[in-house]
Ligand binder design. Structure first.
Ligand SMILES: Cc1cc2nc3c(=O)[nH]c(=O)nc-3n(C[C@H](O)[C@H](O)[C@H](O)COP(=O)(O)OP(=O)(O)OC[C@H]3O[C@@H](n4cnc5c(N)ncnc54)[C@H](O)[C@@H]3O)c2cc1C
Length: 247
C-alpha cells in the first residue's frame, strides 16, 4: 500500500458520516485541521441512511437525540416525539445546510485498509475504489452496527422469496402490502417493523430465539417461539392472536 498513488494528504481522515463523523469534522475544522470524511453510503446520516425500513424511528425522545449546537437546535423543530428515519434524513439535510459538511465528504467510498507509516508519522488509508490517502489522524466513526450480522441460516442461499436485512434496507423501499412476511428477531428493529407492516401484510409471522435470555434454563425451556399477526384463521389450525406457539 505504501507505494500506491497518494491522491490526498490530510491532517485527519474521518470514516463515517453519521452523528459521530459529522461532529468530529465540525470540531476539527474549527481547530484548523484539514479534514475529510470517507463514507460508504451515498449520503449523510450514518445508520439513518442504511436503516430506512418501515417503522425505523428513534427510541430516545426529543430533544435528547439531536446535536447540542445552538445553531442547529435553535432553528430545528421536530414534528414527532420519537422521530422517524424520514425526519432524521431531513434533519441531516438541515445540519448539512448549516454546517456545510458534504463539501468535505467522499460518498460511496469504503475504506478497506489503514497502515501506519512510522517514518512519516502518518496513516496511509486505502479505499475500495483505489483512493490512497495520507493523514496524521485516522478516525473511524463507524458506529456499532456498520458490520451487519446475518446468521448462517441453513438454506438461505436457495430461499426463493425476497430477503432483506433492516440494516441495509433498499433505498427505494419494498412493496409489502398483502405479502406473506416473516420477521426474524424481536429487538427494537424487529418490533418496529412488525407494528408497521403487520396491519398491511397478508400474513406476518414473527420469529425469535430465546437462547440468549434463557441462559442455563435453555435445557428446560423451549428455545424457539413463533407468534402470528394479524389474526390467523383458526380453520387452518394456526394459533389465536396473542397466543404464542412453541416449537
Ligand atoms: C432504528 C434505530 C433507532 C435508534 N435510536 C437511537 C436512540 O433513540 N438513541 C440513541 O442513542 N441511539 C439510537 N440508535 C443508535 C444509533 O446507531 C446511534 O444513535 C448513532 O446514530 C450512531 O452514530 P455513529 O456516527 O456513531 O455511527 P453510524 O450512524 O452507524 O455511522 C457509521 C457510518 O460509518 C460508515 N462506515 C462504516 N464502515 C465504513 C468503511 N469501512 N468505509 C466507509 N464508511 C464506513 C457507515 O456507512 C455509516 O454511515 C438507533 C439506531 C437505529 C438503527
Amino acid at each position: 500500500m505504501q507505494n500506491g498513488n497518494v491522491t490526498e494528504e490530510l491532517d485527519a481522515l474521518i470514516v463515517g458520516s453519521g452523528f459521530g463523523g459529522i461532529w468530529l469534522l465540525y470540531h476539527l475544522r474549527k481547530l484548523g485541521f484539514k479534514a475529510k470524511i470517507y463514507e460508504a453510503g451515498q449520503d449523510l446520516g450514518g445508520i439513518w441512511y442504511w436503516n430506512c425500513y418501515p417503522g425505523a424511528r428513534v427510541d430516545s425522545d426529543v430533544p435528547l437525540y439531536e446535536y447540542s449546537l445552538e445553531e442547529i437546535w435553535r432553528e430545528w423543530t421536530w414534528t414527532e416525539r420519537f422521530p422517524s428515519w424520514e425526519e432524521l434524513r431531513e434533519y441531516f439535510k438541515f445540519v448539512d445546510k448549516k454546517l456545510d459538511i458534504s463539501k468535505d465528504c467522499h460518498f460511496n467510498t469504503r475504506v478497506t485498509a489503514a497502515e501506519f507509516d512510522k517514518e512519516k508519522d502518518q496513516w496511509i488509508i486505502a479505499t475500495e475504489d483505489g483512493l490512497v490517502t495520507r493523514a496524521k489522524y485516522f478516525l473511524p466513526c463507524t458506529g456499532f452496527a456498520a458490520k451487519r450480522y446475518v446468521p448462517p441460516f441453513k438454506g438461505l442461499e436457495t430461499f426463493e422469496g425476497e430477503c432483506h436485512h433492516t440494516a441495509v434496507w433498499p433505498q427505494n423501499g419494498i412493496e409489502l402490502r398483502d405479502k406473506k412476511i416473516g420477521v426474524i428477531g424481536t429487538g427494537a428493529s424487529g418490533v418496529q417493523v412488525i407494528q408497521e407492516v403487520g396491519p398491511i401484510a397478508k400474513n406476518l409471522v414473527s420469529l425469535r430465539s430465546l437462547v440468549g435470555q434463557l441462559g442455563s434454563l435453555a435445557d428446560t425451556f423451549p428455545v424457539d417461539r413463533i407468534s402470528t399477526y394479524p389474526k390467523p384463521s383458526l380453520a387452518d389450525g394456526t394459533a389465536e392472536v396473542g397466543q404464542t406457539e412453541t416449537t
